[in-house]
Design a protein around this ligand. Structure first.
Ligand SMILES: [Zn+2]
Length: 263
């Protein structure tokens, strides 16, 4: 696994000549995730899942290149929380299209957009970018992780993980709850404010339809708490399992769609 920004152009030439390169572009956002978690959680999670998926793809014959993360996205539901930043969807779409075009110009023509942030406008912008790149024949492009296609999101993030949840209400776990807190405790524990977690009583009784459909803002449906579910149910052990399983899930979605490289 190579990080694009950390290698020289000669290394990219070698990769392209080998014909087996696959680029992963992690996409996140700057958005509140409760008082215990960092604003960049979705970006860090996308990077974590990229690293977890990569060995499976390499085993199948790909050479994995990780492009620098897009750490900004569309975050309208949480925009009233201090620190949350939002792009317009067109801005995000343009960034992805222009990065995809540049990659393709150099022959890096297999692009996986690995999205760590669930927001309907954000996911639509990624889909739109994909459609533009495909129409321009800029190569193969796939959106994985949180995607407009609910079946894709489930195949990447939900498949095979439910039994590891400790929460008494796994059906109510969401943004900033057990899953995201567990992944943070495992993958970037130095950024978790552990001392706050004992005060975060579970938020199970919220308007789940408004949460899913983004018809109300996160502040009003969480009483200003900014998390959904139970951060107290989280653990680093659960996080390790979620990261391993979701990385394998994402790799298997990619391999099912594209197969192994032919070169
Ligand atoms: Zn999140």
């Amino acid at each position: 696994m190579l990080e694009l920004a950390k290698v020289s152009f000669t290394e990219v030439k070698r990769l392209v000549d080998g014909g087996r390169a696959l680029t992963i572009l992690p996409v996140g956002v700057v958005e509140e995730h409760g008082a215990h978690l960092p604003l960049g959680l979705d970006s860090f999670a996308a990077e974590t899942y990229s690293a977890s998926a990569a060995p499976h793809l390499e085993e199948a014959g790909y050479e994995v290149v990780i492009a620098p993360t897009i750490s900004y996205g569309v975050a309208r539901a949480a925009i009233d929380f201090p620190g949350t930043l939002s792009l317009e969807p067109e801005t995000l779409r343009s960034m992805i299209v222009e990065i995809g075009r540049s990659l393709s110009r150099h022959g890096l023509d297999r692009l996986v957009i690995l999205n760590g942030h669930r927001d309907l406008h954000h996911m639509k912008a990624l889909d739109d970018a994909r459609a533009i790149l495909v129409s321009e024949r800029a190569g193969q492009v796939l959106v994985v992780g949180f995607a407009s296609d609910a079946a894709m999101t489930a195949a990447c993030y939900r498949e095979g993980v439910k039994q590891f949840y400790q929460s008494p209400r796994p059906d109510r776990e969401g943004h900033g709850g057990e899953s995201e807190t567990s992944v943070a405790l495992h993958s970037f524990p130095q950024l978790v404010k552990r001392e706050v977690i004992p005060q975060l009583t579970p938020n199970f009784d919220y308007d789940i339809e408004a949460f899913r459909n983004e018809t109300k803002d996160y502040g009003s449906i969480s009483d200003g708490r900014g998390y959904f579910g139970s951060p107290q149910a989280a653990s680093a052990e659960t996080g390790a399992k979620l990261v391993a399983i979701r990385g394998a899930n994402i790799a298997s979605v990619i391999l099912k769609t594209w197969g192994k490289p032919v070169s």
